[in-house]
Design a protein around this ligand. Sequence first.
Ligand SMILES: [Zn+2]
Length: 286
Amino acid sequence: MNYSDLQLNTDLKDSLNALERGNRMPHAFIISGGSESERKTLAEHLSAWAVCGSDKNRPCGSCKNCQNAFERAHSDIYYAKSSGKTKIYKADELKWIVADASIKPNQADRKVYVFEECDKRLPEISQNILLKTIEEPPQDILFILTCENSKTMLETIRSRATTLNLGYEKEQNEEYVELAEEILRGILSSSELELLKATYKLSDRFSAIQTLDTVVDILGDGLSMQSGFEPSDNTAVAELLCGKLTKSQFLALIEITISAKQKINQNVSLELLSTWLCSQYRKTVW
Ligand SMILES: [Zn+2]
């Protein structure tokens, strides 16, 4: 494979070389880590590899299949279309792909479907639509899913795909704690703006869920402190909450945060969710 314009780490080059030597093309790749443009470039290379007509050193870059692939104009390579305000892959689009995947390729030996930035566009509920096709793939199919963090993909999908990690998958725990604390301080603040600003930072589904989980943890800590228990972490904000909230307010806030998480899994837009969350929190505390 020709990696000249790809900055790949050695491990990744080794695994791609091994796949190529064995002429083993998996049915699904997950490309994670790195930057969005690196993921995009690798997805294009793998698509071209899958359709290239050359016998060796694929993708050759010069055959008709490769040229069309790199121009994103190959009839056997389909980039899933995101739509709507939330830019997610809608169920209709995914169902169409599942049906189309069982039809033979036009020009190449394989058909390729590319799903980009799945952390933002392919929530769990939608991943389920693809699950059966990934579990029992039709002949000559390649699914390529790109994402910042592969943990956003269902375990059942990850276990059937070859994951190519372009590098460091961001360890976001600290980021989540920071935003969760900002939201909780916003709840205690007398200005609605502070809370709104914090909840509007919930920018993608995966990190929104992680952040809300952290909010629930910190609230739980505050509640334990109020009951005389010593919590393990996050004491500063938990202590602040402990001094200002009643037990029933703690419980109501936890309940609201858990419902917000459920809404994310049901595909509610994050903008709507932030507004809803803000008004519910406000009603409880002010
Ligand atoms: Zn080629």
